[in-house]
Write a protein that binds this ligand. Structure first.
Ligand code: ADP
Ligand code: MG
Length: 311
């Protein structure tokens, strides 16, 4: 659904790269946390998916399309397939909750009839039934974020990006927001959420991709915010030194009894398993559950210019 192949980018006036040779794939229907300290490249990653930023090296594919090949005039249409939610909600302060969501449909020319049925449906989905008439400043932070989520999904995007969506919210409110994102994901939307909220990440047990200084230092399924693998500091040190030192990584399955949530997640993963044509290429599949860098991890874009990941 989203594929990065050897992607590097350095922002204007920036000294080191914001993203440094990133290769990874997010499959259709996945829920992925992008974690890492401030400045590690999370927002830059999301802006590349949205084609707000262009790659300087490597390729970004979204729904089978090389985003560099999307002409400027087609970018708005391309972005219809992607919803985005920010830390600061970004609602129109003079419009009601209903009107904020409706606006996303109006700008793409949806009929009034469609707006009348769809907006109440998504407001209910995010738990805001009966609050559509309120202005943003008549809503709590959590409620404002729910409006923003409703707006992001009302046109039924394949992908939902969330950049620190709980960053301005208290822990209890954040849990409510995560429940909604989880529900949206279970309805089939691919979700990529940048965060440094460790409690949230630990409670969800989703795939975690960790960035440090623009490099992927970890990519684990059903993971925690902090890796439980003791080799991580060594791998990080190797990464910092730019060496290709081998990082020996033990298997992830520690045989521990699964929680109810974990069992639900594995069941859901099996149920929602991507169709064969959406499968991750074997060399990328091998990268999963690993700590970076690894020997022989360098990849070549030349063998992956086609993509069966069609909408
Ligand atoms: P994160 O979202 O993980 O905090 P960012 O992707 O925002 O990280 O930033 C990654 C790096 O790129 C940081 O070093 C940041 O200072 C730099 N950066 C981000 N945006 C810009 C920009 N527009 N101009 C210059 N440097 C930028
Ligand atoms: Mg950021």
């Amino acid at each position: 659904m989203i594929r990065f192949e050897n992607v590097s980018i350095t922002h204007l006036k920036q000294i080191g790269p914001a993203l440094d040779d990133i290769s990874l794939e997010v499959r259709r229907g996945e829920f992925v946390f992008l974690v890492g300290p401030s400045g590690s490249g999370k927002s830059t990653f999301l802006s590349l998916v949205l084609r707000e930023t262009k790659t300087q090296a490597g390729q970004v594919y979204v729904a089978g399309q090389n985003v560099s090949n999307v002409p400027s005039w087609r970018v708005p249409k391309f972005r219809r397939g992607i919803g985005i939610v920010f830390q600061d909600f970004r609602l129109i302060s003079t419009k009601t909750a209903f009107a904020n969501v409706a606006y996303a449909m109006q700008v793409i020319g949806k009929s009034r009839a469609a707006i009348r049925t769809e907006v109440p449906r998504v407001l209910e989905l995010v738990g805001l039934e009966g609050k559509g008439h309120r202005l943003p400043d008549e809503l709590s932070g959590g409620e404002q974020q729910r409006v923003a989520i409703a707006r992001a999904i009302v046109n039924q995007p394949d992908i939902l990006l969330a950049d620190e969506p709980t960053g301005n919210l208290d822990p209890v409110t954040s849990v409510g927001i995560m429940d909604i994102l989880d529900k949206i994901n279970q309805n089939g939307t691919t979700v990529v959420m940048a965060t440094h909220d460790d409690d949230i990440v630990n409670s969800m047990r989703k795939r975690v991709i960790e960035l440090r200084q623009g490099k992927v230092v970890r990519d684990e399924d059903a993971a925690q915010y902090t890796s439980t693998i003791p080799i991580v500091p060594a791998a990080l040190a190797a990464s910092a030194a730019g060496s290709q030192a081998p990082a020996v990584v033990p298997a992830m399955d520690d045989g521990a009894p699964q929680t109810r949530r974990q069992r639900a997640v594995s069941a859901a993963t099996e149920r929602d398993a991507a169709p064969a044509d959406d499968a991750m290429p074997p060399r990328l599949e091998r990268n999963r559950g690993r700590i970076y860098p690894r020997p022989g991890a360098r990849q070549h874009p030349s063998d992956a210019t086609t993509n069966g990941d069609q909408p």
